[in-house]
Design a protein around this ligand. Structure first.
Ligand SMILES: NC(=O)c1ccc[n+]([C@@H]2O[C@H](COP(=O)([O-])OP(=O)(O)OC[C@H]3O[C@@H](n4cnc5c(N)ncnc54)[C@H](O)[C@@H]3O)[C@@H](O)[C@H]2O)c1
Length: 333
């Protein structure tokens, strides 16, 4: 009781809080902390401090008013798409992060959690740990790596979390939130939605070096992402002047075929799909070692069994359909 009361005096600010992970996280942390959400876009369901991180003056004003004990920096241009102008990545990721650090220093704010990505690693075909070779390929991943460096050099008390494939939905009391990207490019939200609506989708490549030829991925339930961030907050509040880089994934291996067969089993609706040629840049296996997170944060991915991920995504898709919110896809999905 006392701990909760103390926490509620601690204000936490989430940048990118109108996005998928940010809106789920705000709901998850709300009981424990006073939450302020900052985003450049508005949201129907959340109270947002509308601010583009590129607007340093407004950002300074918000931090001065709010004085958050900790900032969770999720705001980014996160769609991996090489057709997007590089300037957009540079601004929304690098410049925005530089501004945030400047504003934090201006107001003597010391605790930061940053969402980075598995895409910063060099592909090795092996399970990835934090000290493996770094070699980002996409513009998106290159800008994330640059942000990691800016944060490290700032000497701010911080944790960099490298997320693997985040998915599914979160239910707190009777409220459900999930992923609603436009366009949707991730595998699980695409194929669950298309299975339920009996639409065709594509699987790219069945000649990878895996048991059934399709790619292997590590999926992590949004609830486990939220609990990892919650544990990271505890860690930062307990330890001053720290810098840590930590993988957040389930460490489980699911091939694309296994994943879509699991969906069929649960919904009892047949998938409609074709196998297409491999896509440039896709790799056989992308799985993380999460032993550092388990040890350092005392965290466990308790919700990331593929069945649970799919069942919670189905609940969210049914909610979307009931509310006439329809997902949009690129024509190649
Ligand atoms: N979803 C995943 O699987 C995944 C995996 C690895 C890393 N990540 C990282 O986690 C973070 C959150 O991901 P998400 O899926 O919720 O993304 P999202 O696109 O749903 O949300 C990002 C939010 O940031 C906001 N934003 C972008 N630029 C901004 C700026 N300059 N100023 C203010 N707000 C800005 C957007 O309006 C959006 O609401 C991102 O940094 C992403 O790179 C996500």
């Amino acid at each position: 009781m006392n701990e909760n009361k103390n926490n509620l005096n601690n204000n936490i600010l989430i940048t990118g809080g109108a996005g998928y992970i940010g809106s789920c996280l705000a709901l998850y942390l709300k009981k424990k902390y006073r939450i302020t959400i900052l985003d450049k876009k508005q949201s129907k369901n959340l109270i947002i401090n509308t601010c583009n991180l590129l607007d340093l003056k407004k950002l300074n004003h918000i931090l001065n008013k709010d004085k958050p004990k900790l900032i969770i920096h999720l705001a980014a241009q996160s769609l991996v798409d090489e057709t997007i102008n590089k300037k957009k990545y540079y601004q929304n990721n690098i410049l925005a992060t530089k501004n945030l650090i400047t504003a934090m220093k201006n107001h003597n704010l010391t605790n930061l959690i940053f969402s980075s990505t598995a895409a910063v690693y060099k592909y090795s075909g092996k399970i990835l740990s934090e000290n493996d070779t770094i070699q980002p390929k996409s513009t998106y991943a290159k800008t994330k790596l640059k942000c990691e460096k800016i944060i490290k050099d700032s000497k701010i008390n911080s944790i960099i979390l490298r997320f693997f494939n985040v998915c599914s939905s979160l239910k707190v009391n009777n409220k459900i939130i999930g992923e609603f990207h436009n366009p949707e490019t991730h595998l699980i939200p695409t194929i669950v939605y298309k299975n339920l609506l009996q639409k065709k989708f594509y699987i790219y490549g069945n000649n990878y070096k895996t048991q059934d030829g399709t790619c292997i991925r590590d999926y992590i339930h949004i609830k486990d992402i939220c609990s990892a961030i919650d544990k990271s907050i505890n860690y930062l509040f307990r330890n001053n002047k720290k810098f840590q880089i930590i993988n957040i994934g389930s460490s489980s291996r699911n091939t694309n075929l296994e994943t879509l067969q699991e969906i069929e089993k649960i919904t009892k609706i047949k998938n409609i799909y074709t196998i297409e040629d491999r896509r440039k840049g896709d790799v056989d296996l992308l799985v993380c070692s999460n032993s550092k997170a388990k040890k350092l944060l005392n965290w466990q991915p308790k919700n990331s069994a593929i069945k649970k991920i799919i069942k919670d995504e189905i609940l969210w898709v049914k909610h979307l359909i009931k509310n006439k919110q329809f997902r949009k896809f690129k024509n190649y999905l």
